[in-house]
Design a protein around this ligand. Structure first.
Ligand SMILES: Cc1cc2nc3c(=O)[nH]c(=O)nc-3n(C[C@H](O)[C@H](O)[C@H](O)COP(=O)(O)O)c2cc1C
Length: 337
């Protein structure tokens, strides 16, 4: 089954199979790895609009992009339309971003407490104000990523979609769960299909995509214009390659163990290189970029290696790992076994 290109305002996305934003995972290193495997578009981790406006060095570091990383969305959170608009304009001025995406679905308490993320679901008019102010401030396309509602009894995605659309949003990505379910329980693709049928802007589906086949099933069952893949890509960036091959009627050969190891090593090396620019490592007490990257990589390692015989043996020692060599040694011992 072919996957058609989609237009997000003035931006044409050739292959709308995208990496969903995930705090702690979708940094520039992991995004660039996914791109190597035909991921069609990436989103940054969620970034504070206030941090951008106040020129926080740590926040600006999160706006690094890989060379030629296009299209990429700057995914920001906040609750003040003027601050969000100012942050969006600063992102646009970098000249490296293709869209601005507004987080309207993050359930993390510290974000919701500020009236941002999933708190916006309860206030579609605020979403409209934010979208309208950002549209006024930038010429890049503006999108939102949201959920079906706050609780199973409070599904208001139709209202959110209408409000965003009327305010000028160029697309909407929908995680087909409610806030109270966080990331668990079945995603509701029926409601996704219903919203797609009502919407005049592109709708991207998200939730319960675990395999390449699920992507085609979601598109067939809901008619969405594109999909966002989150957890299924962690430890498996090859999922994009598989979907790309299937969508283009090409033979797909699963990767070899050697390629598995090469990808993990490359990912870790890109993380170390990304960290070498991180302002926090200018202070000795934070350790060095390699230690930081090695510790951070554990979350990915978990997913890259789970399922392999031998993983259980080393996983309990994971906390002690803090160097590139130790990681490579662990990887080799698991893959050899
Ligand atoms: C660790 C983690 C971090 C996430 N961070 C974000 C985020 O920063 N912004 C956002 O909109 N969604 C975030 N999400 C939600 C995902 O983008 C996605 O909507 C959700 O995981 C459902 O998709 P999946 O079933 O393909 O994982 C996060 C999810 C996870 C598991």
């Amino acid at each position: 089954m072919k996957i058609k290109p989609v237009n997000i305002g003035t931006l044409k996305v050739e292959f709308p199979v995208m990496l969903s934003p995930m705090a702690g995972y979708t940094d520039v290193a992991f995004r660039s790895i996914c791109r190597d495997f035909h991921c069609g578009m990436t989103y940054t981790e969620v970034i504070t609009s206030r941090g951008i406006v106040h020129d926080s060095k740590l926040t600006w570091h999160m706006l690094d992009t890989a060379e030629n990383e296009h299209p990429v969305a700057g995914h920001i959170y906040g609750s003040e339309p003027d601050i969000m608009a100012e942050a969006a304009a600063k992102i646009e001025a970098l000249g490296r971003y293709d869209t601005i995406d507004v987080n309207c679905g993050c359930p993390v308490r510290k974000i919701v407490a500020k009236g941002a993320g999933a708190a916006l679901i309860r206030d579609p008019n605020k979403i409209a104000d934010i979208v309208a102010d950002i549209k006024d401030a930038v010429s890049l396309p503006v999108t939102i990523k949201t959920r079906l509602g706050s609780t199973p009894e409070m599904i208001n995605i139709s209202e959110i979609m209408q409000a965003a659309q009327e305010a000028g949003a160029d697309a909407i990505a929908i995680h087909a769960r409610v806030t109270s379910k966080k990331h668990s329980g079945p995603a509701d693709w029926d409601t996704l299909a219903q919203i797609k049928s009502e919407s005049s802007i592109p709708v991207f589906g998200n939730g319960d995509i675990k395999t390449a086949e699920d992507v085609f099933r979601m598109i067939k069952e809901t008619n969405v214009d594109g999909v966002l893949i989150g957890r299924a890509a962690i430890g498996n960036p090859w999922i994009f390659d598989e979907i790309y091959h299937l969508a283009n009627d090409m033979d797909y050969k699963p990767h070899t163990l050697e390629e598995h190891k090469a990808c993990m090593t490359e990912h870790l090396d890109r993380l170390i290189s990304q960290n070498s620019k991180h302002p926090k490592y200018r202070k000795k007490r934070h350790g060095n970029p390699e230690q930081g990257a090695s510790r951070h990589f554990r979350g990915h390692l978990y997913k890259y290696l789970s399922g392999f015989r031998g993983w259980n043996r080393i996983k309990r020692d994971l906390d002690a790992i803090s160097s590139r060599d130790e990681i490579i040694k662990a990887v080799e011992s698991v893959l050899e076994e």
